[in-house]
Structure formats: structure tokens, C-alpha cells
Design a protein around this ligand. Structure first.
Ligand SMILES: Cc1cc2nc3c(=O)[nH]c(=O)nc-3n(C[C@H](O)[C@H](O)[C@H](O)COP(=O)(O)OP(=O)(O)OC[C@H]3O[C@@H](n4cnc5c(N)ncnc54)[C@H](O)[C@@H]3O)c2cc1C
Length: 351
């Protein structure tokens, strides 16, 4: 969207330059009214370039996120510029319309950045923080007052755990419990970076501020007849929620889960997955198994999918969640199978 907005905004001075035959709008223009627009454009170009390069520059995501909020200045400068200079905005009706659009943009910004962090978070208490594999933790969270908010299986939340250990940051995690499990929610978190490597420092009794439910990654938004879930590593979390929900509600729709990991030790909630009802088939695929493993080995390739979920490819809604290279590969595989885009749903854990 940002790149599209930039292209639209750039087309404005470019079309002016083409029409007037001068590059005046790109140079130091004579009027402060034009300068306002130039500042907006420079800020937007800078923000977009920074957003696509900050990882390569080695800048931490959270630092970038704070700086990125400065993009609101683009809206302010662009509004002022168009308001004082645009001939189309001279009629009163247009002026009011333009002010209303600006007010909506500003209100959304203030809501997200002032109201939500200060007042809009739900307060939960960490009831338990358990290690479930060698590098994955399960946080059990209970509301500090009242009951758990309504959510759909597969949706996610932003959590900020207030704790003594640094860093104290807000991160997105799937709600891995199911709405059928009343009185608590869980987050299943893999140690995979600066913050998540410290998740084991979370203590019983810590307060967690939660913004939820978010996202539309749930079969409940699509009503499919059968389901094929393909997960890689911690990408199992939305499927944990959905499978628990399907199990607890006695849903008899056929479900196949293909779950990729490196080794048997990496499989999260293996016992629970293997105890699912028979119409929920679970296929573990391991890329680095030991010699005793007699299930599929390697990656989740077209052949593996065809062998274990050939029928589902015809009619099932297919949900993908895993590491970025796996997701890219699976999308190509699905295209190769000729699966309609409407039947493919995926959640990206990288933002
Ligand atoms: C919708 C969604 C659901 C997710 N669900 C789960 C889950 O159930 N279990 C799980 O283990 N992981 C989940 N993740 C991934 C998890 O949010 C990241 O692994 C975590 O934020 C990485 O932070 P880090 O500091 O440990 O890693 P870093 O190595 O510092 O960051 C790695 C990458 O994670 C992303 N990231 C870092 N900080 C933030 C932040 N504050 N907010 C958003 N993204 C950030 C950035 O893309 C960054 O490049 C989910 C992500 C999303 C978007």
C-alpha cells in the first residue's frame, strides 16, 4: 500500500512537470505552499525506502516501528499543501469533505498510537509459563477481571508482558487455545530472536497487556467442507487453536494436518495432536529425522502432499503457516496443482 501511495503521490508532480515542461516542482520552488507538498513527498520517499531496507541496515524492528510512526507527518504536510494550493478544494463542500478525510486519518492515528497503548489493552495475568519443547514455551493467560474476550480459532493478538527482565516489548502471537477452552487463553512461543529468546523469563503472576482478537486467519471466515492444514515449526499455533475447536465442538468435517519439523524433538504438542479423533489425520514430515523414523522424510514437497492429501487438493480449503521459504514454496506447489486462490489461506509470521 505504501509503495502504491508513493507511486500515486509521485505521479502528481511528474504530471505537473510534463504539462508545464519544467522541472520547477522538483527544485526549490518559489512558494511555501509548494514546499509543504515537497516536504510530504520527501518524507514519504524516505519512509518507504527505510521500510524496505531497515533490516538490511541492521536496524532493530522496534526502533524502526517507532520511527515509522513519523509517517503521520506526510499526511499533515500533504493535507496542508493541498488545502492551501488546490483549486479543486476552493468550494465549501469540497473543503469540508477534505477536512473530514484528514480528521478521520488523524483520529485513526491517535486511536492506534495514543488510546490503544494507554487504555485499549485488556489486562491478563500469566498463570503459567511452561516449556513444551527444547525451544518452545506455552504461556497460559487468565483475564484479571471478567471473562476472556470472544475470538475465532486461529486469530492472533499483540501481547506486552510487563516483567522485570528486559526487553519489555509488544509482539504478535497467535492465540493457540480454542474459544471452547473457557477462562484462559494460551500463546505458544518459539525462541527465535531478541525478544522470544527471553520468553522463558516470564513468571507466573506477571501482567500481560493484550490487544485482540486480530486477523482473519480462521476457517470460520470461509465455511469450507473439508480442510487441509500445512504447518512448519511454530506455524502450528493457529492450527492448534482450530483443531482444538473442531475437536471440542464435535465437528465431523474431514481434516488433514501435514506438519513439518526438523526432528521429533521439535514437534509441538505431539501427544495432543496424535490423540485427535480419527477423521483428523496428522502426518508428520521431518527434514532431519533419526534412523528410526519411518514417516515421510525431507520437506513438504508436491509428492508428499499428493500422497497424503491428494483428495483434499480437489475440494478442501488449504491453510498454510510456516517459515517464509516454506510458504513461498507451498504457494508455488499449490499453483502447480491448479488450486483456486480462494481456497488458499496463509498467515505470515514475519512483518
Ligand atoms: C500474526 C502473527 C502471529 C504470530 N504467531 C506466533 C506464534 O504463535 N508463536 C511464535 O513463536 N511466533 C509467532 N509470530 C512471530 C513472532 O511475532 C516473532 O517471531 C517475534 O515477534 C520475533 O521477535 P524477536 O524479537 O524474538 O525476533 P527478532 O529476530 O528480533 O525479529 C525477527 C522478526 O520478527 C518480526 N518482529 C520483531 N519484533 C516484532 C514486533 N514487536 N512486532 C511484530 N513483529 C516483530 C520482524 O519481522 C523481525 O524482523 C507471529 C507473528 C505474526 C505476525
Amino acid at each position: 500500500m505504501a509503495i502504491f501511495a508513493l507511486a500515486l503521490l509521485l505521479s502528481h508532480p511528474i504530471s505537473f512537470a510534463i504539462r508545464s515542461g519544467r522541472l520547477a516542482l522538483f527544485t526549490l520552488a518559489p512558494s511555501w505552499k509548494v514546499h509543504l507538498g515537497q516536504i510530504a513527498l520527501i518524507l514519504l520517499v524516505g519512509a518507504v525506502l527505510f521500510a524496505v531496507t531497515f533490516r538490511k541496515l541492521g536496524i532493530d524492528y522496534n526502533r524502526w516501528r517507532v520511527l515509522h510512526k513519523g509517517v503521520i507527518l506526510v499526511v499533515i504536510f500533504a493535507f496542508l499543501h493541498s488545502f492551501v494550493i488546490g483549486p479543486d478544494l476552493q468550494p465549501l463542500g469540497m473543503k469540508l469533505y477534505w477536512i473530514a478525510l484528514f480528521a478521520i486519518a488523524l483520529a485513526i492515528f491517535l486511536f492506534r498510537n495514543i488510546y490503544m497503548p494507554l487504555r485499549g489493552r485488556r489486562r491478563f495475568r500469566v498463570d503459567a509459563a511452561n516449556k513444551v519443547t527444547h525451544d518452545t514455551w506455552n504461556l497460559v493467560l487468565k483475564p484479571e477481571g471478567g471473562s476472556v474476550f470472544p475470538y475465532r480459532p486461529g486469530q492472533f493478538m499483540f501481547i506486552k508482558v510487563l516483567r522485570e527482565t528486559k526487553p519489555v516489548e509488544e509482539h504478535p502471537f497467535t492465540i493457540s487455545s480454542s474459544p471452547t477452552q473457557e477462562g484462559f487463553i494460551t500463546a505458544t512461543i518459539k525462541e527465535s530472536g531478541n525478544y522470544t529468546n527471553t520468553i522463558g523469563d516470564t513468571k507466573e503472576g506477571d501482567t500481560a497487556l493484550i490487544e485482540a482478537p486480530l486477523g482473519r486467519y480462521s476457517f470460520q471466515f470461509h465455511k469450507p467442507e473439508r480442510l487441509l492444514f500445512i504447518a512448519g515449526g511454530v506455524g502450528i499455533t493457529p492450527f492448534l487453536s482450530m483443531l482444538r475447536y473442531l475437536r471440542d465442538t464435535g465437528d465431523e468435517r474431514p481434516v488433514t494436518l501435514i506438519y513439518a519439523n526438523k526432528t521429533e524433538d521439535d514437534i509441538i504438542f505431539r501427544e495432543e495432536l496424535e490423540a485427535l479423533p480419527v477423521h483428523m489425520k496428522v502426518v508428520h514430515v521431518l527434514s532431519q529425522p533419526d534412523e528410526n523414523w519411518n514417516g515421510p522424510r525431507g520437506f513438504v514437497t508436491a509428492e508428499v502432499i499428493k500422497e497424503h492429501a491428494g483428495e483434499e487438493l480437489e475440494t478442501a480449503d488449504i491453510y498454510l503457516c510456516g517459515p517464509p521459504p516454506m510458504m513461498e514454496m507451498l504457494l508455488v506447489v499449490m499453483e502447480g496443482f491448479g488450486v483456486d486462490d480462494e481456497r488458499i489461506h496463509f498467515e505470515r509470521f514475519e512483518i
